[in-house]
Design a protein around this ligand. Structure first.
Ligand code: AMP
Ligand code: ZN
Length: 138
């Protein structure tokens, strides 16, 4: 399914032309319009899924191998020293375009901290309470 109002549906399916790093029947990999670093790309499924909770297993299972291949190319082809694989789900998590996508961000060792959170402490009691809630919902 495509969504006529979705910019990533249009980019993924070539309705809006864009520089394409990789394409097959299921995915297109494009360059982020506002890259975090040089070579920052997005893996887009060609079908419209709002986020990871909607993604069929056969599409989800293709994303990590592709991310790994692209990451390897960033190391050898761009001289990156590492890379981040980032995937946001929901506005609270920073998702701004509601068509599933995975960021691959090359890291050159010169950037300030990215993909950062503040580590907190947690009690054993609170942890088992959280685990129980989550397990029930699985
Ligand atoms: P997220 O915050 O995970 O939803 O990321 C959305 C990403 O899409 C951002 O990094 C934007 O810079 C990028 N983006 C938005 N519009 C376009 C576009 N037309 N072409 C390429 N990248 C885009
Ligand atoms: Zn879409």
């Amino acid at each position: 399914m495509k969504d006529d109002n979705c910019i990533f549906c249009k980019l993924a399916n070539g309705v809006i032309p864009t520089t394409t790093l990789y394409e097959d029947d299921s995915y297109r990999v494009i360059f982020d319009a506002n890259p975090a670093t040089e070579g920052h790309v997005l893996i887009l499924p060609k079908e419209h899924y709002a986020n990871l909770t909607e993604l069929p297993d056969e599409i989800a299972s293709g994303v990590m191998p592709l991310a790994g291949k692209i990451g390897k190319a960033m190391l050898s082809g761009l001289g990156a020293k590492g890379f981040n694989v980032v995937q946001n789900n929901g506005e609270a998590a920073g998702q701004t375009v509601h068509h599933f996508h995975t960021h691959i961000i090359p890291r050159y060792g010169t950037e300030k901290e990215m993909v950062l959170w503040k580590p907190n402490e947690v009690s054993a009691e609170k942890l088992s309470e959280t685990c129980e809630k989550l397990r029930k919902a699985l």
